[in-house]
Design a protein around this ligand. Structure first.
Ligand code: DDH
Length: 289
């Protein structure tokens, strides 16, 4: 992937902080969206799905081209339900026509994580819009019905180790599942508009298979209000994952620091930034007040 170094270098930190602020204000104004989850979860997921198509062995996929607006990636079943996130961001595409889709979608994820109270995510611009869907990489995102070995293999394909994989899936603290999108239903915990290590705290509770007419998912034994996917429960079934689940449940600071590194890496998969392009660290709205 060749960077749009010219476009990137003519814009400054303040140009991108301005877009960050616009997105963050709109997230704030829409905090009642989706039953109170707001846009935190869905924007994080858009950033992840635009990046997580990467295959290290082929050098294919990744956030560079913003391929999700084209078939076949747009119609990938795993991307069902992400149109509201792309639509949410599209007004900034008009206001700031120089920003690429890949930059805007990944920046949206940075805003969501930081404004939800999560760690700072170092971020770099320079992705370039693809003009057709030829480089789209459908059928590369995870299938939630699978086991731990599959999860390990899938994240291994992107170049992540077990520790990074567990840290990344901790993003399930945000947002929820939607029956009309993935078939699954419900949030992973009660504070689904705040970035915390609660995903790990909840995962370590007792879970049972939910009796319902949908796909196999789990409910917490205590309240039955929360859910886990089979691939979430799988993190408890393999010691190489469980070890990190326990570490992150005990130590939120460690989770934040590891999540920040892994999520920044995710957003840049397949892109070689020249060393002259230094990552930006955006201020939250709170920090600017
Ligand atoms: Fe996820 N995720 N995810 N996920 N994800 C869903 C929602 C959200 C899997 C399946 C689902 C990550 C990893 C995995 C978020 C972030 C991340 C839904 C529900 C399914 C299904 C979608 C819907 O119905 O709307 C599977 C499988 C995996 C896996 O790794 C095996 C990762 C790595 C991230 C990340 O951000 C780094 C977020 C946030 C949501 C909530 C979306 C929303 O609309 O709210």
């Amino acid at each position: 992937a060749t960077l749009n170094a010219a476009a990137a270098s003519s814009k400054t930190f303040n140009d991108y902080q301005a877009i960050y602020n616009d997105i963050a204000e709109k997230v704030r104004e829409n905090d009642e969206y989706d039953g109170g989850a707001g846009y935190f979860g869905i924007l994080t997921r858009l950033a992840w799905h635009s990046s997580g198509t990467y295959d290290a062995s082929k050098g294919s996929g990744g956030s560079f081209g913003g391929n999700m607006v084209f078939a076949p990636e747009q119609y990938d079943g795993a991307n069902a339900g992400l149109a509201p996130a792309r639509d949410f961001l599209s007004e900034f595409q008009y206001k700031y026509p120089w920003i690429s889709r890949g930059d805007l979608w990944t920046l949206g994820g940075v805003v969501a994580v930081q404004e939800a109270g999560g760690p700072k995510i170092p971020w770099r611009p320079g992705r370039v819009n693809a003009t057709d869907g030829k480089k789209g990489a459908p059928n590369t995102l995870p299938d939630a019905s699978r086991d731990g070995k599959y999860v390990k293999g899938l994240f291994g394909r992107m170049g992540f180790n077990e520790q990074e994989t567990v840290a990344l899936i901790g993003a399930h603290c945000l947002g929820k599942c939607h029956k009309n999108a993935s078939g699954y239903e419900g949030p992973w915990g009660p504070s689904f508009n705040m970035f915390t290590n609660d995903f790990f705290n909840y995962l370590l509770k007792d879970w049972q298979v939910k009796q319902w007419d949908g796909p196999k998912q789990y409910e917490d034994v205590e309240t039955k209000l929360f859910m886990m996917l089979p691939t979430d429960i799988a993190l408890k079934e393999e010691n190489y994952f469980l070890k990190w689940v326990k570490i992150y449940a005990d130590d939120e600071k460690k989770f934040f620091s590891d999540f920040s590194k892994a999520f920044a890496k995710l957003l840049e998969l397949g892109i070689q930034f020249p060393s002259s392009v230094k990552p930006f660290e955006f201020k939250t709205l709170d920090e600017q007040e």
